[in-house]
Design a protein around this ligand. Structure first.
Ligand SMILES: Cc1ncc(COP(=O)(O)O)c(C=O)c1O
Length: 374
């Protein structure tokens, strides 16, 4: 039997058998392996996991066991984490701003590919000696839950100049972009891919590879996203844009690879005057709810593991710290009979959750427990 974290039952069973007294992430390795298979068999190119979404060793090990051999790392710390479980893995260092000390460390870790979005950072890399350098493009493309273009990315003209400079300095010129996180439609990828083909053509270069970034959507409510439809649209767009002979593709999913494999269980500390007070909040595992609400995949179970029934009422939900900003941005529909000691089980919480916990006021959990399938 495989656990299904989309159903609260398995997580609730675990909580009955392990009466815990604090917030806890419940990790289902089978779900992680199944998601890895979706990417490895469905994406038309190399799959590189964006470690930032969840750098826990069990996640990295699970992905490696599932067959992933490439990892997108943002820092030397992430490189060390990958090397600890996968010494032979390929590392793509796609944080476009790096200190010189970080560049030295990355070389020590054997980084295979770099990304750049400005000439000064390309200069810092010095002699390229055949290294792959992916020029990161930014376009004004809408569609994601939030856009990444405000910080990183070169506009088309600069991207073209960077591509030429990479080739002139002995590097292997690739291109990359990030359509923005939680991007439900393939339209953003299609626009970026067409632009990359134009820019490479204008630079007179054949791209070594085209890295289409992360941004794949996680399941946040309603129907689960159709990942294969996005993969197929990317493959078609690349074929069309590059006249039938696209460069080899790479993707670097973070969120969509790991969101589904963890649920977050938190406890109701108090219910008062329509408000619900939890033992975790936006300074803890629910940090992303400020910017990108994970939707409606929340279930309430009683201390004896039964799902609370009854009509839902919108409730203000506070976290445990003394800061009044520590509340979910929108009222949450919760059963009217919700009571102290109930558990809220949030499905799809494996990405940008445990890694963003602050410990503010002494709260916040990084505790991850394993759900073992029989
Ligand atoms: C360079 C790069 N690649 C991949 C990702 C992963 O994005 P997502 O989690 O939306 O798939 C990020 C996220 O910040 C990123 O900066």
């Amino acid at each position: 039997m495989a656990f299904d974290l989309a159903q609260p039952r398995d997580a609730a069973d675990w909580l009955i058998r392990n009466p815990a007294h604090g917030p806890v992430f419940l990790f289902c390795p089978q779900t992680l392996a199944a998601t890895a298979r979706t990417f490895l068999t469905g994406f038309p190119g190399l799959v590189s996991y964006a470690v930032k979404a969840n750098p826990d060793a069990r996640i990295l090990q699970g992905l490696h066991d599932a067959g992933l051999r490439a990892f997108d790392v943002a820092s030397p710390d992430e490189m060390a984490r990958v090397r600890a479980v996968a010494p032979g893995a390929v590392l793509h260092y796609h944080n476009p701003i790096r200190s010189r000390a970080e560049i030295d460390q990355a070389r020590h870790f054997g980084v295979a590919s770099w990304s750049v979005d400005r000439m000064s950072e390309l200069d810092k890399l010095g002699a390229l000696d055949g290294a792959e350098v992916a020029v990161r493009l930014k376009l004004p493309v809408a569609g994601a839950a939030y856009d990444f273009g405000s910080k990183f990315g070169a506009p088309p003209e600069l991207a073209e100049a960077l591509l030429r400079a990479v080739a002139d300095r002995g590097g292997r010129p690739s291109m990359t972009f990030h359509p923005g996180t939680q991007c439900p439609s393939p339209a953003a990828w299609q626009r970026y891919i067409a632009a990359c083909a134009e820019i490479a053509g204008a630079a007179g270069l054949r791209l070594h590879r085209l890295n289409v970034g992360g941004g794949f959507p996680a399941h946040r409510g309603g129907a689960a996203p159709d990942m294969q439809a996005i993969f197929d649209a990317i493959a078609d767009a690349a074929r069309d844009a590059f006249d039938g002979t696209p460069p080899p593709l790479v993707c670097e999913p973070g969120r969509a690879m790991v969101a589904e494999c963890m649920a977050l269980s938190v406890t109701v500390k108090a219910v008062d005057d329509g408000a619900v007070f939890l033992d975790d909040g936006i300074y803890g595992g629910l940090s992303e709810w400020r910017d990108i609400a994970p939707g409606d995949r929340v279930r309430v179970v009683t201390a004896d593991g039964l799902t609370r029934q009854g009509d839902a009422e919108p409730r203000i939900v506070f976290g445990p710290t003394c800061d009044s900003l520590d509340r979910l941005p929108h009222p949450l529909p919760l059963p009217a009979t919700i009571a102290e000691g109930d558990r809220l089980i949030f499905a799809g919480m494996g990405a940008y959750s445990a890694c963003l916990v602050t410990g503010f006021n002494g709260y916040g959990t990084r505790r991850i427990e394993l759900l073992q399938g029989a």
